[in-house]
Design a protein around this ligand. Structure first.
Ligand SMILES: Cc1cc2nc3c(=O)[nH]c(=O)nc-3n(C[C@H](O)[C@H](O)[C@H](O)COP(=O)(O)OP(=O)(O)OC[C@H]3O[C@@H](n4cnc5c(N)ncnc54)[C@H](O)[C@@H]3O)c2cc1C
Length: 426
């Protein structure tokens, strides 16, 4: 039985390890921290004794690799999948309204939803629908050099429709401003979301805390198939001879008895043990933050599962029943702020939308500084591929060239692709 060392237990590493152990490889997964999941995990908040996520994660129907992965680890059942697209919006006037697809056949269900979207005038609706219909036929290669806002203006989208429709999708999916995000990658994901099939635009939320959906079932699957997961073991170096990796050195062991290695750590971490010169491209990634605020209020009067904010620095509110999870993407400016400053800002902003009192029961602020890399035009053609110049090492991670932005889907796909390279050599 061939042995594979997988370095890093985020979703890229877990995906590779699950795939390989299912395919009769002997897998050892080495994870530096005391838990797997990387940027996707949950933990017990001691003050409230609630298991909360490090940050709300949403999936979409077009996440084919992720949904397959969850089926394989028997965790698909822990998802809450919308049957028809439905997004509830909160606006300053305290009014909530919906974008809701109908039962009509695809794409008329979506067109109807756009046409009945209340906050746009007739001209804006026609321009939006015109672009929506055109997206599937756009050669996105021709958008190189443009950012999202330039492209939307070129396509005659009004400031209002950019603000209340396009920006919410763009910032949510790309976690950066419309001035920085590449129009090409935005157009590509719009095609994936809206034009793949009738299920690709469903919004999917985990029905359980993240570790129960992604982490625990992955570990069980790897172990069931004869693999092992070694936590709190950090890779600190590798030894390469004749363009083959011979040794993997951790803070606890030296490994020599393996056939292949998959490195599934973030780019900035991989640089510490794999020289950039072994990758086919040497990009310079810049990162963007996400802020999550868990808020326990005395009375939860919201009924929907989640809401999008219109015209606010707050982006989403997820209703966890016991508490709310508020998400701010592209959140660099909040990273230096104190807890008091953040909570005051959140409450002041929330009051513009819904009646909340300052008298909250508890709160927890989670800052993820390097949540995702920024998908700007400089990075698009510069992402390294799975194969390296070293014969027996492959790379995975949301930053590898999957053509997708930094998402769960990119991470899971990159892991599967790296694992397939190994399986195909046998
Ligand atoms: C708050 C937040 C919200 C997000 N929301 C969404 C969302 O709604 N939808 C979506 O699709 N995506 C979302 N994302 C993005 C998504 O979480 C990531 O793209 C994905 O999890 C990245 O997985 P990865 O395996 O590539 O990297 P990581 O999760 O970073 O995993 C890398 C792992 O490698 C380990 N490691 C590092 N160095 C070493 C070493 N030397 N030795 C051993 N192990 C090492 C790390 O400890 C870590 O566990 C969000 C991210 C954040 C932070």
């Amino acid at each position: 039985m061939k042995r594979v060392l997988v370095i890093g237990g985020g979703l890229a590493g877990l995906s590779a390890a699950v795939y390989l152990s299912k395919n009769k490889f002997r897998v050892t997964l080495l994870e530096a921290s005391p838990k797997v999941g990387g940027r996707v995990y949950s933990f017990i908040d001691e003050k409230t004794n609630t298991e909360i996520d490090n940050g709300q994660h949403i999936l979409m129907g077009c996440y084919t690799d992720t949904l397959n992965f969850l089926r394989v680890i028997d965790a698909y059942k822990y998802l809450k999948i919308q049957k028809n697209l439905e997004v509830n919006y909160l606006s300053h006037e305290g009014i909530s309204f919906k974008l809701k697809a109908t039962q009509f056949p695809f794409p008329f269900n979506l067109l109807y939803a756009l046409f009945s979207f209340k906050r746009l005038d007739v001209n804006e609706k026609f321009s939006l629908i015109k672009l929506f219909l055109k997206i599937n036929f756009i050669e996105s290669e021709n958008l190189y050099g443009l950012n999202v806002i330039e492209w939307l203006k070129k396509e005659k989208q009004s400031d209002n429709s950019i603000k209340i429709f396009w920006e919410i999708i763009s910032i949510g999916a790309l976690n950066t401003s419309t001035e920085k995000a590449s129009a090409k990658i935005f157009c590509d994901i719009l095609k994936e979301i809206f034009w793949k099939d009738n299920t690709s635009f469903s919004i999917i939320v985990p029905a359980l805390p993240l570790s129960k959906v992604f982490c625990e079932p992955s570990i069980e699957s790897i172990k069931r198939n004869g693999g092992e997961v070694r936590l709190s073991e950090k890779v600190i170096g590798v030894e390469i001879e004749d363009m083959k990796i011979k040794k993997v050195i951790t803070d606890k062991n030296i490994y020599e008895d393996f056939d292949f290695v998959i490195s599934a750590v973030p780019y900035f971490a991989s640089e510490k043990f794999i020289d950039k010169k072994f990758l086919d491209k040497q990009p310079e990634f810049h990162y963007s933050s996400i802020l999550n605020i868990h808020l326990w209020i005395k009375q939860n009067f919201l009924s929907e599962d989640f809401y999008a904010f219109i015209d606010s620095e707050l982006h989403w509110l997820f209703n966890k029943k016991t508490h709310w999870n508020i998400v701010i993407s592209n959140a660099d400016k909040f990273m230096q702020m104190s807890k008091d400053e953040i909570i005051n800002f959140i409450l002041t902003e929330l009051k513009k939308f819904i009646p909340v009192s300052d008298d909250i029961l508890s709160y927890k602020i989670i800052k993820e500084k390097r949540a995702t890399f920024i998908p700007d035009n400089s990075i698009l053609n510069n992402r390294p591929s799975t194969e390296t110049k070293i014969k027996n090492i492959f790379i995975a991670g949301d930053w590898v060239d999957t053509k997708l932005p930094a998402t769960i889907e990119s991470a899971v796909r990159s892991g599967r692709l790296a694992a397939e390279k190994i399986v195909n050599q046998m």
